[in-house]
Design a protein around this ligand. Structure first.
Ligand SMILES: O=C1C[C@@](O)(C(=O)O)C[C@@H](O)[C@@H]1O
Length: 254
């Protein structure tokens, strides 16, 4: 039986995919303005992409920003993500810095979910999963390939590995170089859901070619889709209101 996860009233894994909107401001002022503007945008979840933040190396500044985001969006599930440059993010913190930052945030009580990259030392992933779970914070374990789409078996193996390591939400984002690559991601998503996973998973094929995968999560089994407010955090994200229209159309005709 597949579990769903409800965070602040948002039931992830049930019905239409939930829309997650990334915050990508570089300064505290930009982040606060963006978070304030999200109150008028029809998303379900917010992701703070802290790797865009100029002062991300200063954990006190990170807590200050999180406190402000939380105050502006108290009822919205909040994901904390530091996306490292090797996985398509803006910065690199080094292994120790990455673990320290995520641990501190997990313990802060200010977020609902942290995103931990699968391709870290296994012991570091375990430390972060434990820190999150013991503070009632959920964990996305993610992997990104901005160059290509690995074979179906490899996509499934990575999602299974994330699940084994304790991810509440195993996630993968891959780049298609052909329409067949998009099919590969969709097939992997469907098989993962049908045969291997007992929890919500998140998958996407990026860029324009992969856009279809950001719309069809209800059919193939991706529980969350990322949509842009002002600025996209990855190629292929479309505006939240357009995403909502298509998701609703597909949901009503399922
Ligand atoms: O991992 C993901 C998915 C994503 O890369 C996308 O393709 O929509 C966007 C990122 O902000 C997020 O952390």
């Amino acid at each position: 039986m597949k579990q769903t996860i409800t965070i602040k009233g948002v039931n992830i894994g049930e019905g239409a995919p939930k829309i997650c909107v990334p915050l990508v401001g570089r300064t505290l002022m930009e982040i606060v303005a963006e978070a304030g503007a999200l109150r008028n945008i029809d998303g379900d979840i917010v992701e703070w992409r802290a790797d865009f933040f100029d002062q991300v190396e200063d954990t006190e500044k990170v807590e200050e920003a999180l406190t402000k985001i939380r105050a502006l969006l108290p009822e919205t599930p909040l994901i904390f993500t530091f996306r490292s440059a090797k996985e398509g993010g803006e910065k690199e913190l080094g292994q120790e810095g990455y673990v320290k930052l995520n641990k501190k945030v997990a313990e802060s009580g200010l977020v609902d979910i942290i995103d931990v990259e699968l391709f870290n030392r296994e012991e570091d992933v375990k430390v972060l999963v434990d820190a999150a779970h013991s503070n009632k914070v959920y964990v996305i374990i993610s992997n990104h390939d901005f160059e290509k789409t690995p074979p179906k078996e490899e996509i499934i193996a990575r999602l299974c590995r994330a699940q084994e390591l304790g991810a509440d939400f195993p996630k993968i984002a891959v780049m298609p170089n052909s329409a067949n690559d998009v099919l590969t991601l969709l097939e992997a998503t469907l098989s993962m859901n049908d045969q291997y996973s007992d929890r919500p998973i998140i998958t996407m094929s990026m860029a324009g070619k992969g856009l279809i995968s950001r719309l069809t999560g209800e059919l193939f089994g991706s529980a969350v889709t990322f949509g842009a407010a002002k600025k996209a955090s990855a190629p292929g994200q479309v505006a939240v209101h357009e995403l909502r229209n298509v998701l609703s159309l597909l949901h009503q005709n399922r």
